[in-house]
Ligand binder design. Structure first.
Ligand SMILES: *Cc1c(COP(=O)(O)O)cnc(C)c1O
Length: 413
């Protein structure tokens, strides 16, 4: 067993060895520039790129021509949101999104808000859900775009895309979804769900980092975006620059595997997640689940541990790679804005750990992880009690250092 056990699959995933194998020839023998039209090296690269495009499209029920390769979901979100806002600015200036989007959506929306757009950030309920009724209630005559993520990266809550898509269709408003956490894990069909724009990230689906895709609908109706980048006609003019053929091939291979194995894999991963949850809850009291119990990504488990600060827990949990629900900003540790937005009290938000189970985790790893969590939380609680009883600090060796390290910061997927 490789330690620490990786249970942070919302932040990133390892490249599947089958994906790597598909990519390798693109670095050496089949290295052509897909934009070269005058020789077989270019033709072969283009063929590889187009095959990959077809595989990405198939994973979300799209057509091959609807897919633009990008450097990741952050770029896809920016091209979609900034591009739609600029293309439609004569029609309106209102955008509807949620308060619990990833920064890759929040920040371009805030950028637009600083430049004359009016942005509504919908508040989720206590389980992290945002409903289609809320979206409908926020749409006005001036609304041009709705952006609601497919699944949340911190609490795993899965959003009602089909219902939101139906509302957007009825109102004639574009619907974008950041599906970085959802693609390959839950069923997504852009036609059935009325999705116009959708963002995908390679490294969240066992593909490489630095590649992603944007689905931008080409029919019924075509979606027009103003380009954010300029520099050549590649990728429908939306993402100029020499195509990243190895990355695209990796993303295609990753999504082909995901599409084939998704159902079976989701069931297996969910069983492991529930096993972890049960073992932790059986071994400890004062454990609460953050997010929705049912409407949740199969690998996602976000727990709060009463009276145990997550920074102390993260330092002590040496054999498990997980992330906390709090983030170090420049000077202070703040509870996650997602947990705050769903009404988790600050003390519990400071005590939360996000577990993310993935393709290569085993039952053995889950059992060891649960055991470590139970031991560590019990230890920290008893130290806390002793300290409270004696009113002086415990010996240095037993005490968790305060002033948490980088492990608690950033990179929360
Ligand atoms: C990881 C993630 C992103 C960013 O994706 P990159 O490919 O790393 O740019 C955006 N949105 C969500 C929901 C994510 O989980």
């Amino acid at each position: 067993m490789q330690l620490p056990i990786f249970l942070d699959h919302q932040s990133t995933t390892p490249v599947d060895p089958r994906v790597l194998e598909a990519m390798l020839p693109c670095f050496t023998k089949e290295f052509g520039n897909a934009a070269s039209r005058t020789h077989p090296y270019g033709w072969r690269a283009q063929e590889l790129l187009e095959t990959a495009r077809g595989e990405v499209a198939a994973a979300i029920g799209a057509g091959r021509d609807d897919i633009v390769f990008t450097s990741g979901a952050t770029e896809s979100n920016n091209i979609a949101i900034l591009g739609a806002a600029d293309a439609l600015k004569e029609r309106g200036n209102h955008i509807v999104t949620t308060a619990i989007e990833h920064h890759a959506t929040l920040d371009p929306c805030r950028h637009l808000a600083n430049r004359g757009f009016d942005v509504t950030f919908l508040r989720p309920d206590g389980a992290g859900l945002v409903t289609a009724e809320q979206v409908a209630g926020a749409i006005t005559q001036r609304t041009i775009l709705v952006s609601v993520m497919a699944a949340n990266n911190e609490i795993g809550t899965v959003y009602p895309l089909a219902e939101i898509g139906r509302i957007c269709r009825e109102q004639g408003v574009l619907f974008h979804t950041d599906a970085a956490q959802a693609v390959g894990k839950v069923e997504i069909d852009v036609d059935e769900m009325g999705i116009d724009l959708l963002s995908i990230s390679g490294h969240k689906v066992y593909g490489p980092k630095g590649v992603g895709a944007l689905y931008a609908r080409r029919r019924d109706p075509i979606v027009r975006l103003s380009p954010v980048f300029h520099g050549g006609g590649h990728e429908r003019g939306l993402r100029p620059g020499t195509p990243n053929t190895p990355g695209a091939v990796g993303l295609g291979a990753a999504l082909a595997i995901a599409r084939r194995d998704m159902k079976e894999e989701a069931e297996r991963i969910q069983r492991l997640r529930d096993r972890l949850h049960k073992a932790i809850s059986d071994g400890l009291d004062g454990v609460t689940l953050n997010g929705h119990l049912e409407r949740r990504l199969p690998g996602s488990l976000n727990l709060s541990f009463r009276s145990v600060p997550s920074d102390a827990l993260l330092i002590s949990l040496k054999d498990i790679a997980v992330s906390s629900g709090s983030a170090c900003t420049s000077a202070s540790v703040e509870p996650s804005y997602v947990l705050r937005a769903i009404g988790i009290p600050a003390s519990l938000a400071f005590s939360s750990i996000r577990f993310g189970i993935g393709r290569f985790n085993t039952a053995e790893e889950i059992d060891l992880a649960a055991q470590r969590v139970v031991e560590t939380v019990s230890n920290l609680r008893s130290i806390h009690k002793q300290v409270a009883g004696r009113r002086r600090p415990p010996p240095k060796s037993a005490a968790p250092e305060s002033g948490a390290p980088d492990r608690a910061s950033g990179g929360r997927g």
